[in-house]
Design a binder for this molecule. Structure first.
Ligand code: SAM
Ligand code: FES
Length: 350
């Protein structure tokens, strides 16, 4: 490996900072040897904070009804081939309780921007989960809402919010979304969430259409500056009923490389090995963990609706019961020397 790249890795590990040009160079000139070195340093940085514990979040996909029309997303409003569903509040609470019994101490409610989930409805669901699942964090991932709405949900007991910024570059954002959706607004939502007191998850897709190395350097700058508590990154995977049906998917290799860099930028960060990573490679989640990730998010949705929450083609785990998913992931993690934690899995900032 070039001494220059090894020097950049060392600088990143020691200072948690590179210039934009240096990020570009590190990403552009990557080699398998550089990836190996980065992964080794990322695992070393994670070790004193999280050891070999893998945090789990039980994901409940509560609705695939969405008013938005993101060009990459399989459940976008314009896709008329999707059979739409929304889970009843009682069903959502029952799924959360099942998750709690299985050992999950974080429940994530995710869905499209579905007007049914008003502040009243969602706040009530959050409060019921907090009451019935002791010592459990509730994470919401329900898209863009007003600051007042985020505040109501926080007051009802929500602990965390996941809202991927999707790209740190405004012009790139505008190529991935229809007119009317705004990058500034998305970024403002992240700031609002942080101000209210949520633990905040941001994130982006790797290999999304039109993404360049410059954009990826900007992503690394964003992580350095905003320091999200969690950063969800997974490969873009085309969905056959979207305008991006024929675009190539992002790669496992680049996703793992970026996971390692992000771990070194901000060692305590929560980094999921995503379902999308497990979809493009049968051992994707394990490889993500070995590159520096420390979170997995198995599915707790009722099996009857899982195929309908198809954001991209060939999504894994759509046929399995929740207990099977947890068991399967537990085994996968054991086989690489890690273990699932029964823990809320809060970020550990020294
Ligand atoms: N509506 C909420 C929101 O906008 O944040 C949550 C649901 S949204 C479907 C969750 C995430 O799925 C998005 O932030 C996006 O990054 C990811 N996603 C959507 N389509 C995808 C695709 N084709 N490949 C990979 N990830 C995708
Ligand atoms: Fe669901 Fe493996 S994680 S079957």
């Amino acid at each position: 490996m070039e001494a220059r790249i090894a020097g950049l890795v060392r600088k990143l590990e020691e200072t948690h900072h590179l210039t934009d040009d240096e990020y570009r160079e590190l990403i552009q000139n990557r080699t398998p040897e550089a990836a190996e070195l980065l992964a080794e340093r990322a695992v070393a940085a994670r070790q004193p904070i999280y050891g070999t514990k893998v945090f789990t979040r039980g994901l409940i996909e509560i609705s695939n009804i969405c008013k938005n029309d993101c060009l990459y997303c399989g459940i976008r409003r314009s896709n008329h081939n999707v059979e739409r569903y929304r889970l009843e509040p009682d069903v959502i609470v029952a799924c959360a309780r099942e998750g709690h019994e299985l050992g999950f101490r974080t429940i994530v409610l995710q869905g499209g921007e579905d007007a049914f989930f008003s502040d009243d409805v969602l706040a009530n669901i959050v409060a019921r989960i907090k009451q019935t699942c002791p010592n459990t964090a509730v994470t919401l991932s329900m898209g863009e809402r007003s600051k007042e709405s985020y505040q109501r949900l926080f007051d009802a007991g929500a602990d965390r919010y996941l809202l991927r910024h999707e790209t740190a570059n405004k012009a790139h954002y505008e190529r991935l979304h229809p007119a009317g959706m705004s990058w500034e607004r998305r970024m403002q939502c992240l700031r609002d969430l942080r101000e209210i007191g949520y633990q905040v998850g941001a994130g982006f897709m790797v290999g999304s259409p039109y993404q360049t190395v410059e954009h990826l350097a900007q992503e690394m700058r964003f992580v350095e500056e905003f320091k999200p508590d969690m950063c969800g990154i997974g490969p873009f995977i085309p969905h056959h009923d979207t305008p991006f049906a024929n675009e190539p998917a992002g790669t496992l290799e680049l996703t793992c490389y970026l996971l390692s860099i992000i771990r070194l930028i901000y060692p305590p960060i929560l980094l999921p090995a995503t379902t999308a990573l497990g979809t493009i490679d049968p051992r994707g989640r394990e490889k993500g963990m070995l590159a520096g990730a420390n979170v997995v998010m198995p599915n707790l949705s009722p099996t009857s609706v899982r195929k309908q929450y198809e954001l991209y083609d060939n999504k894994i785990c759509t046929g399995d019961e929740s207990a099977q998913c947890r068991g399967c992931l537990g085994l996968r993690m054991t086989l690489i020397g890690y273990e699932l934690a029964v823990d809320r899995g809060d970020i550990r900032k020294s």
